[in-house]
Design a protein around this ligand. Structure first.
Ligand code: AMP
Ligand code: MG
Length: 501
């Protein structure tokens, strides 16, 4: 069956399809029997320049379930491979997603619009091609929270329930997510062609990525090496940003690492509460490969896989030389990550103000290390500990003391921190701390509550309220009070998130 075509107000372009033939399969979404809108992202629609005034509720439901398509959309399932938990799978690909094409947003930035959960494709590998309401809403919510926190991410434009049940460990309502991304090109996209020895395809892909994401390096003689450098820099920055808000991606397979530097594929992800670098939430990550504290080394491991795919393009007769050059780039990853991490932490401590601007110096790094040691020793709520620093600077140390139960190390830290703040006005520092340390994140028990209400009872109220709260993560309001406290330790002890199925 072919989907009906409707006016969309935004013109679609198809640079991927035009420049990379053979990298995808064209096909239409499966129809949804009884679509109903769960959530629509008006703010994102505005950023895209999408004029939705003429969209009736019926048009919205038909469009964002895949029952009808924008007139000039050309849906395609993209091919990719990937290392899943360290094991190489030569063919993954969009098994339940279709990229409709690209639009230019209000800033002229090219963005993919894709459906996820829109039915089987040639890449489905026995899966049903579907997504359930719960995981679709998790991706929506966490993506919006990350965006509000200033972290590069794909975002959801709409979530529509399909009206069709799907079978998981029990029957669940199905849904389609409309996803907006800088692109959907992953490390695994490169691996797909590298594994097949298709060097010409790899070069086309690399040239396309450079043109689309890193045009500033396109004239460089060693542009493929520069591509590795730029992707590595973006990943270092991204992972530091994740970790500074306590985010755990949960499934950092190479097919879930976008070369654009955006966070992609929110499956079994979560925000850490009690600080512990070994924290794992994903039910499928039994060995803790993707634990909070492993994320930088896993990103580097993934980048090494990316580098391997680029070696044949590096223009050397001698492959040892290409390996040496790529290795030199990879060796800069950890120092770059550390710089991003320390400058982010410096900002979160209110130390990046006035004359203190600039990279964290040795003394500041030591102070930051000691703060993290304190968090780990007391296993305290990560988000609240930082936020309470704003009260501490105003002389209200009670909240922090309660968290860290009268610790002498806390007092020693506070003394040194105050010395580091020197003569910065307290009111300015407190304001900075509240602007840089969120109070409201999608805490796990709240996410579960919201998803369960939507999925089990069709009640979107808790989701909508939580979404509203996490869109203003730095603002403490009377209505957000119930969103700021951690879950009970019993809840956290048994909490697991499940792969986005
Ligand atoms: P993910 O864990 O969502 O990143 O997906 C990993 C791979 O499995 C990708 O190739 C997906 O397209 C595919 N996949 C995940 N869920 C399904 C499903 N229900 N049906 C078909 N393919 C799926
Ligand atoms: Mg994926």
């Amino acid at each position: 069956m072919t989907a009906s075509r409707v006016d969309f107000s935004l013109e679609f372009q198809h640079s991927y399809a035009e420049q990379l033939p053979g990298f995808f399969v064209s096909l239409e979404p499966e129809p949804a029997p009884n679509p109903s809108l769960l959530q629509f992202n008006t703010a994102l629609a505005h950023d895209l320049g999408l004029d939705c005034e003429h969209f009736t509720p019926d048009v919205v439901e038909q469009l964002f379930s895949g029952n009808s398509l924008p007139r000039d959309a050309q849906p395609m399932a993209q091919a990719y491979a990937g290392h899943q938990f360290g094991n190489f799978v030569p063919q993954l690909g969009d098994g339940r997603a279709l990229v409709l094409g690209e639009v230019l947003d209000r800033n002229g930035k090219r963005r993919d619009i894709a459906l996820k959960g829109s039915g089987v494709t040639p890449f489905s590998r026995g899966g049903d091609g579907k997504a359930a309401v719960g995981p679709v809403l998790r991706e929506y919510l966490v993506g919006e929270a990350m965006h509000a926190l200033g972290i590069p991410t794909t975002r959801a434009l709409a979530a529509v329930a399909t009206g069709a049940p799907l079978m998981r460990d029990r029957q669940l309502p199905g849904a389609v997510l409309t996803r907006v991304a800088s692109s959907h090109i992953r490390v695994g996209t490169f691996q797909y062609f590298a594994a097949r020895g298709q060097v010409d395809s790899l070069r086309k892909l690399a040239d396309y990525v450079i043109q689309r994401h890193y045009p500033e390096i396109s004239e460089e003689p060693r542009c493929y090496l520069s591509l590795l450098t730029r992707v590595a820099e973006n990943q270092a920055d991204l992972i530091a940003r994740w970790m500074l808000v306590g985010f755990i991606h949960g499934v950092m397979n190479t097919d879930n690492m976008a070369v654009s530097g955006e966070t992609i594929d929110y499956g079994p992800c979560a925000f850490m509460e009690a600080y512990d670098p070994d924290t794992v939430f994903s039910s499928i990550d039994r060995a803790g490969r993707y634990a909070y504290g492993n994320q930088p080394s896993i990103a580097l491991w993934n980048l090494a896989r990316f580098a391997e795919t680029l070696l044949p393009l590096m223009g050397h007769q001698d492959s040892d030389e290409a390996v040496a050059e790529a290795t030199a780039v990879l060796e800069t990853f950890m120092p770059t990550f550390q710089n991003c991490w320390y400058s982010g932490a410096k900002t979160k401590l209110g130390l990046a103000l006035g004359e203190h601007l600039g990279a964290a110096d040795e003394t500041e790094r030591k102070l930051i290390d000691d703060w993290f040691e304190l968090l780990a020793a007391h296993k305290v709520d990560y988000t609240l500990s930082w936020r309470y620093l704003a009260d501490a600077v105003e002389g209200q140390v009670g909240n922090l003391r309660t968290l860290m139960t009268e610790s002498a190390e806390l007092d020693a830290f506070l003394t040194r921190w105050n010395e580091a703040l020197k003569d910065l006005p307290k009111v300015v520092v407190a304001e900075e701390l509240r602007a840089k340390n969120p109070i409201c994140l999608p805490r796990n028990h709240l996410v579960e509550e919201a998803l369960a209400a939507a999925s089990d009872a069709g009640n979107m109220e808790p989701f909508k309220n939580l979404l509203q709260a996490v869109r203003h993560p730095f603002t403490e309001t009377p209505t957000c009070a119930r969103y700021v406290l951690p879950a009970s330790s019993e809840f956290t002890a048994s909490y697991r998130t499940f792969c986005g199925t």
